[in-house]
Design a protein around this ligand. Structure first.
Ligand SMILES: *Cc1c(COP(=O)(O)O)cnc(C)c1O
Length: 393
């Protein structure tokens, strides 16, 4: 039987004048006009895309924009890599910066996945030292005593207790002892805090949270100012371990970034109102929010944060039973294990995000059974307050 000819090639999309918005380029590879051009692009002599795991116009646009936001107002360039998740970004950086025999100095109140990953690096001979990174003398003693420390790994504000750590002091100490300061800036976003401004070497994001902002995708990013470190250390790991982000998630993040500063202003404004309301409530024992005047690290907040952010936590008087009752009664706020969305989200750290930490350590870091974490959204603040009021009643 004779086969019908179907040799019709896909047309090239014409690019006479560009689309107003960054196009979503859903392609796994890119076309070379000639073998010579292909070789030049592979060699880096000519700019161009090769293969989706190495880069893609949409993915690169998201990486460049996040880097530009983190570097905003600073002299010199910053470079970004867009990753398949926040964890992929963290794993790429720690794999690149830590060799067997070296040490990661970090805090106890970390994102659960980051904490588990750092613990897991023990299987590769990389040790963890946990300390209160707000205790500068304590940190200096550790660094002086342990020249194997290659990375100081920081989250500020911390999760879920919103403690704040002085980035400039830590960056100076890290550099004096030839270590690098790596900062997870997921909670603050570059709108509220720019770790590069205070001397951080690498900034990480779970873009799943505020940068996307709408709860529609999982992705992450790495930003640094040292081009050699990025190209020679992070890029090979990123490509070979396959942690590249995909164009769809990058496109969603690009959309989210357009409103990031507006959203962060509203998140902060709403969170301030909620924090003040909870602070005065007779059934609330303690409120953790960087915008409260009696926050234990308020001088650090003033030095490095331009907005106080949308995250807060508070402790109910009656422990687990009270926390349960409160969360089950909420109607407007949503019980879900993420943060940074436009809607107000609630989570119970002791049984959810921080469940893998043993009880004693958990309690020592203020993660009690009565502690509730709120990610305040951008709704009308009255709607949030009415819901909290009826649930606390
Ligand atoms: C969610 C989160 C991560 C992990 O990011 P994924 O995108 O879930 O992989 C890391 N750090 C912080 C602070 C987070 O909130």
């Amino acid at each position: 039987m004779k086969q019908a000819s179907i040799a019709v090639k896909d047309p090239r999309v014409p690019t006479f004048n560009p689309a107003h918005q960054v196009p979503l380029v859903a392609a796994s590879s890119f076309v070379f006009d000639t073998l010579e051009q292909g070789i030049d692009i592979f060699d880096g002599v000519e700019k161009g895309h090769i293969y989706g795991r190495f880069g893609n116009p949409t993915v690169d646009a998201a990486a460049d924009k996040i880097a530009a936001l983190e570097n905003h107002g600073l002299k010199g360039e910053a470079y970004g890599l867009f990753c398949s998740s926040g964890m992929a970004a963290i794993a790429t950086v720690l794999t690149g910066l830590c060799q067997p025999g070296q040490v990661i100095l970090t805090q106890a109140d970390l994102y659960g996945g980051s904490s588990a990953l750092i613990d897991n690096m023990a299987t590769r001979g990389i040790r963890r030292i946990t300390a209160d990174l707000r205790d500068i003398e304590g940190v200096e003693d550790i660094l002086a005593d342990q020249p194997e420390v290659s990375v100081i790994y920081v989250e500020t504000p911390s999760n879920p207790t919103l403690r704040c750590i002085d980035l400039m002091v830590l960056a100076n100490l890290a550099h004096h002892y030839e270590a690098r300061l790596v900062v997870d800036n997921t909670f603050a976003t570059p709108i509220a805090q720019q770790p590069l401004r205070h001397g951080a070497d690498v900034v990480l994001h779970s873009t799943t949270k505020y940068l996307n902002g709408h709860g529609t995708g999982v992705a992450g990013a790495i930003v640094c100012r040292d081009r050699e470190l990025l190209e020679n250390t992070f890029v090979p790991i990123h490509r070979l371990y396959g942690g590249t982000g995909n164009p769809w998630d990058a496109w969603l993040v690009l959309n989210g970034l357009k409103t990031l500063s507006l959203r962060m202003e509203r998140h902060s404004e709403n969170a301030q109102r909620v924090a003040e309301y909870l602070y005065r409530h007779p059934r609330v024992r303690e409120v953790n929010y960087p915008g409260l005047p009696d926050h234990p690290d308020c001088s650090t907040v003033g030095k490095q944060m331009t907005l106080n952010g949308g995250m807060l936590s508070f402790e109910l008087d009656g422990g687990l039973e009270d926390a349960k009752r409160f969360m089950n009664r909420l109607k407007f706020c949503t019980l879900t294990p993420t943060l940074g969305d436009v809607d107000t989200l609630v989570l119970h750290p002791a049984t959810m995000s921080h469940r893998s930490i043993d009880r004693e350590t958990r309690l020592a870091h203020g993660i009690t059974d009565g502690l509730v974490r709120l990610s305040i959204g951008i709704e009308a603040v009255e709607d949030i307050l009415v819901d909290l009021e009826q649930a606390l009643d």
